[in-house]
Design a protein around this ligand. Structure first.
Ligand code: PDD
Length: 287
């Protein structure tokens, strides 16, 4: 089946789906995105993703190119045209095409691009045995809460991780772990407390993070949204990361140092099960 992408009102075969060279997303990274998983044609936590998308746009004063309701209709059509029951939906909205000038253009229509890809799930072995992460300096800007397409610092960190055969780079600000290059970071202390960085301007507040923290609290796990250091993480009982594509993924090594006994932790395992059940409840898909 031909891969179809949506570009500014048209459904195009993927190789021909293009935007103008003076799109401000291309020129300035002047735009935002969302990545949403879907199973059995159903988006996971759609409302939360659209809420974050609207917030990102508001923060950058970019207008919503169409109503969320209309976007839902386009998304359904796009998923159907791609003949995929399960996959990932990428949405990108930029300020639009305009003569290159830093200040906002006066009359520009925002650009809307949507693509659908194969579901990016972690490997079974990664979920069973956990993954390794390395730490890297967090050199990003001061508004990481906006899901901006400007990901240069993130990709440089991820590239370092990839070169070191690590699954993710955990970004370090001072001595505090803010989050991963494309995921949120967590530890479980020896006292059984789940710790993750507060959702402020220093991290992207993940949708998976929101859901996992809610599930943890509901199931009697003590949650503390506070900063934790690299040293504390290396002494933790458990660690894990979350994202739309990784779900709840155990971390068993940080910079070559084993977390706890180097095995997947009990609370991590429990949260993975709870999150998988959350996806099943919405979509009927058993991961
Ligand atoms: N990444 N932090 C960063 C910097 C991220 O890029 C992401 C998501 C997350 C987790 O957010 P969520 O749980 O809403 O996926 C945290 C996506 C998947 C991406 O860039 O493709």
């Amino acid at each position: 089946m031909t891969r179809i992408s949506y570009v500014n009102g048209a459904y195009e075969p993927h190789p021909y789906a293009v935007v103008h060279i003076e799109d401000r997303g291309y020129q300035f990274s002047d735009g935002i995105y969302e990545y949403i998983a879907f199973y059995n044609h159903t988006l996971v936590d759609a409302d939360l993703h659209f809420k974050r998308l609207e917030r990102s746009l508001r923060e950058l004063q970019i207008a919503l190119p169409m109503s969320i309701r209309s976007m839902g209709i386009v998304i359904r059509e796009l998923i159907e045209r791609n003949g995929r029951a399960d996959g990932g939906l990428y949405i990108q909205i930029t300020r639009g095409v305009a003569k290159r000038d830093h200040a906002f253009p006066k009359h520009t229509t925002p650009s809307l691009v949507m693509t659908v890809c194969q579901a990016k799930l972690p490997k079974e072995k990664e979920v069973r045995e956990g993954v390794k992460v390395i730490t890297q300096p967090d050199i990003r800007w001061g508004r990481r809460d906006i899901k901006s397409v400007s990901l240069l610092a993130n990709i440089l960190a991820k590239q370092k991780a990839s070169e070191k055969h690590a699954r993710e780079a955990w970004l370090v600000d001072g001595d505090i772990i803010s989050e991963g290059s494309a995921s949120n970071s967590y530890i479980v202390t020896k006292a059984g407390e789940l710790v993750t960085h507060p959702a402020n301007e220093f991290i992207l507040g993940g949708i998976t993070r929101d859901v996992v923290l809610r599930l943890a609290r509901k199931n009697g796990i003590k949650v503390s949204e506070r900063a934790f250091s690299v040293a504390e993480a290396k002494k933790a009982a458990e660690a894990f990361l979350t994202s739309t594509s990784a779900n709840v993924l155990p971390v068993v090594e940080i910079d070559g140092i084993k977390v706890g006994d180097g095995k997947v932790g009990v609370i991590t395992r429990q949260l993975n099960t709870l999150y998988t059940a959350h996806i099943f409840k919405q979509t009927g898909k058993q991961l």
